[in-house]
Write a protein that binds this ligand. Structure first.
Ligand code: UD1
Ligand code: CA
Length: 476
């Protein structure tokens, strides 16, 4: 089997994106376009990948060198093309870095959705020293290079749109920008390129006519799924490919039995902050309502139900838990866990280090950060639990908060099992409420309380009978 070396063209400007971010770093499912293309190199088990950079080269290289594609087995190298004098010129820059004896697969950094199987077929078509082109038939081929064939249907060359005659412009089979070619032949042809054409560019596509002239067989591997070779040139095209990619992911989950209320309203993304891959691992009978966004690695146990409009990142949700609508869970780097049969939301917020046990209830407008809630603990309304350790079956009243930050440092609050915290309490950390203790509503508790005690810390109630409210003063 011949060795594969991948060449990825990523020097172009992407003017139509109207963005300061280089086009190949625009994100699809949270992942830069170029990284999607590098994933293809990984799937192909290439021995090397050369990325040709130009516009925003330093930024593209910095964002790509470290962000390893998972299981990357190939060597990654960057070559700069300055100025950009065409696709042929781009590939010429890479030639001195190309290894001998392999097959080169040319890809574009802005074409993210090509299937690995398609590329494998293309590579197979180039076996034995042929030039293999990936082509597609488009109802509107405007702008693309046309595949010109002779009367025996043999490929004769590629004519760029701007150089094409009226008759050639009627051809609907176009070059996708993707080819597989033996390195040895590529070298020779590139050396002979000229820029005598409508755009004054060095066209990589001119090597096709050279192959024909040299008697090297040229094959066209024609596919019908245009999405696989669709490039991103504008925000609209980026959004179209995003939807197509998300639909693919939704389908794959549904084939595993996950019940999505609407596969068109589902998103699974990489975590752009950390580069953690978007991955949704589901047990049996998981149900996900519309408009949910999953980020990073999320695990949903058997029978988990996710209500509409939830955002869930880097979290583990155990079997039977129900996440009601409009809940936001983001474990960031620490992760967040929800125990079996827990009930969360609607409108709940779980932040990094939220670790909830079995049958925990977190209700509306409750925020939990870096806190452990043991089995059966409940905080049902309008509350904050930060840096807290909460025991089993604790009831944490509406409007209560842990004052965990003294302006300089964070401190822990410990609420032992079976304690009952009334409404509107402030627990000033560090502080411990002993097991089974009761804190009266409206208390500000700054000193620890032993088990079993009632603590009340609020102004004493005053009653003045027959109290006359001030009367309004006469006007003027
Ligand atoms: C090219 C093909 C055309 C094909 C089309 C498919 C040529 C001459 N034409 O068209 O037949 O139908 O792709 O999309 O190859 N790039 C560089 N350096 C350059 C120029 C381009 O790195 O100097 C990169 C771009 O960033 C892009 C890729 O090469 O990733 C293709 O360039 P683009 O200008 O989009 O292709 P076209 O010339 O339109
Ligand atoms: Ca061009």
């Amino acid at each position: 089997m011949t060795q594969l070396d991948i060449l990825i063209m990523a020097a172009g400007k992407g003017t139509r994106m109207k963005s300061r971010i280089p086009k190949v770093l625009q994100r699809l499912a949270g992942r830069p376009l170029l990284h999607h293309v590098l994933d293809q190199a990984a799937h192909l088990q290439a021995r090397s990948a050369i990325v040709i950079t130009g516009h925003g080269a330093a930024e593209v290289e910095a964002a790509t060198a470290g962000a390893a594609s998972a299981g990357r087995t190939f060597e990654l190298e960057f070559v700069r093309q300055e100025p950009q004098l065409g696709t042929g010129h781009a590939v010429q820059q890479a030639v001195p870095h190309l290894r001998d004896g392999g097959t080169v697969v040319v890809l574009s950094g802005d074409v993210p959705l090509t299937h690995a199987d398609t590329l494998r077929s293309l590579v197979a078509a180039s076996a034995g020293g042929q030039l293999a082109l990936l082509t597609v038939t488009l109802p509107d081929p405007t702008g693309y290079g046309r595949i010109v064939r002779d009367t025996h249907d043999q490929v004769q060359g590629i004519v760029e749109h701007k150089d094409a005659t009226e008759a050639q412009r009627a051809i609907t089979e176009v070059y996708s920008g993707i080819m597989a070619v033996p390195a040895r032949l590529l070298r020779g042809w590139l050396a002979r390129l000229t820029n005598h054409n409508a755009q004054g560019e060095y066209y990589l596509t001119d090597i096709v006519a050279m192959a024909v002239a040299d008697g090297v067989p040229v094959s066209a591997h024609r596919i019908t799924d245009a999405l696989q070779v669709a490039g991103v040139n504008s925000p609209m095209q980026l959004a179209e490919l995003e939807r197509a990619h998300q639909l693919r992911q939704a389908r794959a989950l549904m084939e595993q039995g996950v019940r999505l209320a609407d596969p068109a309203r589902f998103d699974l993304r990489d975590d752009a902050r950390t580069g953690v891959r978007g991955e949704l691992v589901c047990g049996q009978d998981v149900e996900i309502d519309v408009n949910c966004v999953f980020t990073g690695r999320v695990e949903l146990g058997e029978g988990v139900q996710i209500g509409a409009n939830c955002c869930i990142a880097n979290a583990r949700i155990a079997a039977g838990a129900v996440i009601h609508p409009f809940t936001h869970i983001d474990g960031e780097k620490l992760g967040a866990t929800v125990g079996e049969r827990a009930l969360i939301g609607p409108f709940a917020r779980l932040r990094p280090g939220a670790q909830l046990g079995r049958e925990v209830h977190i209700g509306n407008f409750v925020e939990v950060k870096n806190s452990t809630l043991a089995d059966g603990a409940k905080a049902n309304h309008l509350a904050y639990l930060g840096d807290a350790t909460v025991g089993e079956r604790v009831n944490y009243g509406a409007g209560s908060i842990t004052a965990n930050y003294d302006g300089a440092n964070k401190h822990r609050t410990v609420i032992e099992a079976d304690a009952h915290i009334g409404s509107n309490c402030v627990l000033v950390a560090p502080v411990t409420i002993g097991a089974g203790g009761t804190v009266g509503g409206g208390s500000t508790i700054a000193k620890s309380v032993p088990p079993g005690a009632l603590s009340v810390a609020r102004g004493k109630q005053i009653i003045k009978e027959n109290w006359q409210r001030p009367a309004k003063l006469p006007k003027g």
